[in-house]
Write a protein that binds this ligand. Structure first.
Ligand code: NAD
Length: 488
């Protein structure tokens, strides 16, 4: 098997950080509406190049064009529309609610500033969709971006960078090609890092960021479970679970990698699943390394007594009788495999689902929403879908986040935007009197502090009397301070 195209030699060219910082400052100084206009134009150009994007993605990852179109192309149009519309609102200045009694003469506004340079390091499995969901909000917020695509998919990365750079001012987006060394360079040059990839690399990136006191968002692996309850719509559930397991040849962080089925429906579910999977053609996985992992997991499961139905590579493999502890039920496989496990009930299923070190998404298949909501509330996962799977990754307004080894931080939504920005409060004081807690620090100051505490604790009719005492106390304090300083 040949892996994707040979990556360029991993010797990143020296980057001019000062030029990038200058470009970032100019970009951030543009009005928000101007940055939105740039991004809308990029969205139009991305749509115009949709065929090229889908073709290059397929060439580099070997995925089926349907997977490329539905995951890497179509949902991204909505991404541009949402971020430049309702999604931009958290970036607008916000007046803070200062009380005129507690803070007389003052007003304050919360501004949102970009972090500066955002380092974006991405994997190969969705080489257009994953970069886009960070590129758009990072740029919208006024950051410059250092974008390092996976070394397996350099041409998809280059195509995205070309589309963006055809609209953006020079230096706002910088493409960094290469593997580990290039990724480390991106970490070292960035103010904030958004990393999507494996747990092992994520740990290294997290450690490197920590040693440089840099914030980082880590979107890592998964071992997502599906819970199938006895009252599910059997046909649709089988279709959904099978798709969730084999879409993108299983190379999806939110792929269904474990299916827990209530005993009452287990035999019927497995029967239908085997019938639907029979003869299914599945595209090869993207790299030799990935192929090795899939083969190892299948071989180990078989050696432990599991029954394998179906062919790998080329088709989907359904596994039954897999003993607990087998790697295929524990470690991320990232291949077109679907182990199905019989459980007593939904609670037993949830216990097993939650027992994983990972915690990315969980799907629950049932006609009883109440029961599903009750399980969802106890699920250790950042996303729970009831009667669907992996759907929200393409929704720019739905935060995508993991628990445990699946990482921390969020992509998509205001939660992601907050990570790529910093708050700045600007307060203006029109009050001419000195603050009561300013000098002198004496017994009169302590008396006023006590009155203030009484006022804060008072409620009902006592509140009015306490207010009057505080107002009188404040006046006296102002007179006292004016007398001491000899002004007023
Ligand atoms: P990977 O960890 O091998 O590589 C990811 C990126 O990190 C690549 O660009 C790589 O060049 C770069 N890199 C490698 N070493 C580095 C270092 N020391 N410092 C900085 N960067 C470095 O992952 P992969 O094989 O490309 O992707 C598959 C993994 O990604 C799977 O585990 C999958 O679950 C995960 N993933 C997670 C999500 C999510 O949202 N949680 C989404 C997609 C994929």
């Amino acid at each position: 098997m040949t892996a994707g195209p040979t990556p360029p030699a991993a010797a990143p060219a020296p980057l001019s950080l000062s030029a990038i910082r200058a470009a970032q400052r100019a970009w951030a100084a543009e009005p928000l509406e101007s940055r939105c206009a740039h991004l809308r134009e990029i969205g139009r150009r991305f749509a115009a190049r949709a065929d090229d994007v889908a073709r290059v993605v397929c060439e580099e990852t070997r995925k089926h064009p349907a997977d490329a179109w539905f995951a890497d192309v179509v949902p991204n149009l909505d991404l541009f529309t949402w971020w430049t519309g309702p999604g931009r609102k958290p970036l607008l200045p916000k007046k803070l609610p200062l009380s005129s009694l507690a803070h007389p003469g003052k007003r304050a506004v919360l501004h949102t500033e970009p972090r500066g340079v955002v380092g974006l390091i991405t994997p190969w499995n969705y080489p257009a969709a994953i970069p886009l969901r960070t590129l758009v909000p990072a740029l919208l917020a006024g950051n410059a971006v250092l974008f390092k695509p996976s070394e397996v998919t350099p041409r998809t990365g280059a195509l995205l960078a070309e589309i963006f750079s055809s609209v953006l001012p020079s230096g706002v987006l910088t493409l960094v090609q290469g593997a580990r060394e290039a990724g480390e360079q991106v970490v070292d040059l960035s103010d904030h890092v958004v990393f999507t990839g494996s747990v092992a690399t994520g740990r290294r990136v997290g450690e490197r960021c920590a040693s440089q006191l840099k914030s980082v968002s880590l979107e890592l692996g998964g071992k997502d479970a599906a819970i199938v309850l006895r009252d599910c719509d059997l046909e649709r559930t089988v279709d959904g679970v099978l798709w969730g397991a084999v879409t993108n040849s299983g190379q999806n962080c939110a792929a269904i990698e474990r299916v827990y089925v209530e005993a009452a429906i287990y035999d019927r579910f497995v029967g239908r699943l085997l019938a639907r999977a029979e003869g299914l053609q599945v595209a090869p996985v993207a790299t030799e390394a990935q192929d090795r992992i899939v083969r190892e997991h299948l071989a180990e499961a078989e050696s432990l007594g599991a029954t394998l139905h179906g062919e790998y590579p080329g088709g989907a493999v359904i596994l039954t009788d897999v003993p607990e502890g087998a790697r295929i039920l524990v470690d991320e496989t990232f291949g077109p495999v679907c182990p199905v496990v019989r459980v007593d009930d939904g609670d037993a299923a949830l216990r097993l689902a939650n027992a994983s070190e990972f915690g990315l998404t969980l799907s629950i298949w049932t006609r009883s929403e109440a029961r599903a909501q009750e399980l969802a509330a106890r699920a250790r996962a950042g996303v729970v879908t009831i009667n669907n799977v992996a759907l929200t990754a393409s929704m720019p307004f739905a935060p995508w986040s993991g628990r445990g080894a699946s990482g921390h931080g969020a992509t998509n939504s205001e939660w992601a935007l907050r990570e790529m920005t910093q708050p700045k409060v600007v307060l203006v004081d029109d009050n001419r009197a000195p603050e009561p807690w300013w000098l002198p620090a004496d017994d009169a100051a302590v008396r006023l502090a006590r009155l203030s505490l009484e006022w804060l604790r008072a409620s009902g009719p006592a509140r009015l009397a306490a207010t009057l005492r505080v107002v009188r106390g404040l006046k006296a304090r102002t007179r006292q301070q004016a007398g001491r300083s000899g002004t007023g």
